[in-house]
Design a protein around this ligand. Structure first.
Ligand SMILES: *Cc1c(COP(=O)(O)O)cnc(C)c1O
Length: 349
């Protein structure tokens, strides 16, 4: 069996999600989110997060991120995020577009986690100086772009610095479920109890077709979001189709089951690759994504066999492997066996 580790968004959707969309498409429902199911999703997310939340469903993670950020910053603000962040590297100029031209500033830190020392330095730089973009918001990614996961202590340390500088904090949770399962904490602990004001609660990568929730804990920040979503062209008239996906995702813990499987498959994959001496783990995978370095020729050999993954985009030999809610165990085992065979044949036992 040849399995693809290209990304978690190459997998389709869980059956119950598609079933829910089919059911939601029957009969009539009020448009633009004025339907019962959308209200139900808000209630479900309030229960999940153990507080009253405002919810804005959109259909891409980029929209969730940039709309969230746009509610946090004036156009003369600077938004602090990691230099490897999706916001900076993978959302074209949507962040600038949606914020009316705010400045996005990359901050360093190992394993794509923001370094608190660097953050502390930058939040107070030239505050009040009319000539300089004013630090106005902070965004962190959980899971990070290299597959690491901030601990609760790390999140709190970072949000504390932001709060002291009066900056609201956004969490890019495109892989929220994978991070949560990895930490074994509650959604509340990983977000508002740790100083997060808005989370992009991802679902698409973990088993729905196309639905992400902007979940807002700070009511003040929610006020403009309805208008921003409409203005930005992301207010779906048949909102129930997004809501049905999110409802199915939250029902019977589908989101936890899916993420648990994806993480378990990554653990299996990582444990297997670790036993192959010529493979270097670059960032230990804590959730469902792994960056490692293969010896010369190994990636090409595996690709030629029919496995799929991204490589050639980073330093020599670096590949990215991502597992999903649907990654088969046998596929993981076959991949590890093929990598080991290559190692043994070319590099000796
Ligand atoms: C996938 C992803 C997103 C969302 O991307 P879309 O393609 O717009 O859905 C956001 N942040 C991170 C870290 C991601 O990996």
């Amino acid at each position: 069996m040849k399995v693809a580790f290209t990304s978690d968004n190459i997998a389709g959707a869980s059956e119950s999600v598609l079933q829910a969309m089919m059911e939601a498409s029957q009969g009539d429902a009020m448009p633009y989110g004025n339907d019962d199911m959308t209200a139900e999703v808000t209630a479900m997310l309030s229960t999940l997060f153990e507080c009253d939340v405002a919810v804005f469903l959109v259909s891409t993670g980029t929209a969730a991120n940039v709309l969230s950020i746009s509610a946090m910053t004036p156009p003369w603000g600077s938004v602090l995020c990691h230099s490897e962040s999706h916001l900076l590297k993978d959302e074209s100029t949507a962040p600038e577009f949606y914020t009316g031209g705010a400045r996005f500033v990359g901050i360093g830190g190992a394993h794509a986690k923001i370094d608190p020392v660097q953050l502390k330095k930058i939040v107070s730089q030239k505050v009040g100086d009319v000539h300089t973009a004013q630090p106005s918001a902070l965004s962190i990614s959980q899971v990070t772009e290299v597959g690491s996961v901030y601990s609760l202590e790390e999140i709190r340390a970072i949000t504390k610095i932001a709060k002291e500088a009066n900056l609201p904090v956004h969490m890019d949770g495109a892989r929220f479920a994978n991070a949560l399962v990895a930490l074994g904490c509650t959604p509340a602990q990983m977000t508002w109890q740790a100083g997060i004001d808005i989370v992009s609660f991802g679902a698409t990568k973990n088993g729905v077709m196309a639905a992400e929730a902007i979940v807002v804990f700070n009511p003040e920040l929610a006020q403009s979001l309805g208008f921003r979503r409409k203005r930005g062209g992301h207010l779906h008239s048949k909102m129930r189709l997004l809501s049905s996906q999110m409802k199915a995702y939250l029902t019977d813990d589908l989101w936890r089951h899916n993420a648990t499987h994806a993480n378990a498959m990554m653990a299996l994959l990582q444990d297997g690759l670790k036993t192959i001496p010529s493979i270097k783990i670059n960032t230990p995978a804590q959730a469902n994504m792994l960056f490692c370095t293969f010896p010369e020729g190994m990636a090409d050999s595996l690709l030629a066999e029919g496995f799929a993954f991204y490589g050639g985009r980073w330093e020599e030999g670096v590949v990215r492997l991502v597992t999903s809610f649907r990654t088969p165990k046998a596929g993981v085992e076959a991949f590890v066996n093929s990598a080991r065979r290559y190692h043994d044949a070319k590099l000796g036992k």
